[in-house]
Design a protein. Structure first.
Length: 237
């Protein structure tokens, strides 16, 4: 982080997490690798200014400690930020086996363009899942089913794939492109490995493990590295 005429500058990486096999789709994510240099009282405003569903501040590379913010609040756990951060750290040459959001220790692993995170279902926000009769019914939704403010809707495409949409209004997000925490909850509900096709083209792989953890993962792509001037109110290319 550097100072220029009283304005604090740092940089973030812009990723897309849970891309499809061609590298398309995915949920945008901002990651500040030098998060410890960003004052804690500024982080929520930065996340709101950037406007992504989540923004990560890496507080300590050595321990994997991270802070995660939506545009309106800090989260103890979220899936796509941890998957994306694990991949970025490996890409930068500083891989870790564990990330530590406030909820607890999350084991992570990276394989080429994919990254995975394993977590306890109870760490995720209490997403409600509603099963519909067909993928077309999921696509036809004009808002959260039942008027719930933390809900996902899904329908089976075949024996291993579901079409899903997630509406985490309670977290300050109208509809999420790809939601790792909700995928953890669905993995617990279904009790089996499943591939979630969410949003406009995102893909989440979900696998319940024998130790009670739910592993989620998918492709990650790096789109840009951008400077952010905190008191200037925004990011620059």
């Amino acid at each position: 982080m550097r100072e220029t005429q009283g304005v604090a500058h740092t940089a973030f990486h812009l990723l897309r997490v849970f891309t499809d096999t061609s590298g398309s789709g995915g949920n945008p994510l901002a990651v500040f690798l030098d998060g410890a240099a960003v004052p804690a009282h500024e982080r929520q405003a930065i996340a709101a200014d950037l406007g992504f569903s989540e923004t990560v501040f890496v507080e300590a590379l050595s321990s994997g400690r991270v802070a995660i913010f939506t545009p309106t609040l800090e989260l103890p756990f979220a899936g796509h930020p941890l998957v994306g951060t694990a991949w970025l750290l490996a890409y930068q040459g500083t891989p870790v086996e564990m990330l530590r959001p406030p909820a607890g220790e999350v084991g992570v692993r990276v394989q080429d363009v994919r990254a995975y995170a394993a977590a306890r279902p109870e760490w995720a926000p209490p997403f409600r899942w509603v099963e519909l009769g067909s993928p077309e019914q999921v696509d036809a939704l004009e808002g959260p089913p039942g008027g719930h403010d933390l809900v996902g809707a899904y329908a089976w495409r075949d024996e291993s794939r579901v079409r899903a949409r997630v509406f985490p209004l309670r977290l300050g997000i109208v509809e999420d492109e790809a939601t790792g925490a909700a995928a953890v909850r669905l993995g617990e509900v279904l009790g089996r490995a499943v591939t979630i096709e969410q949003g406009r083209g995102s893909v989440i792989h979900v696998r319940p493990r024998s130790d009670g953890l739910i592993e989620i993962g998918g492709g990650v792509a790096l789109d840009a590295r951008r400077d952010y001037a905190s008191s200037a109110g925004g990011a620059t290319n």
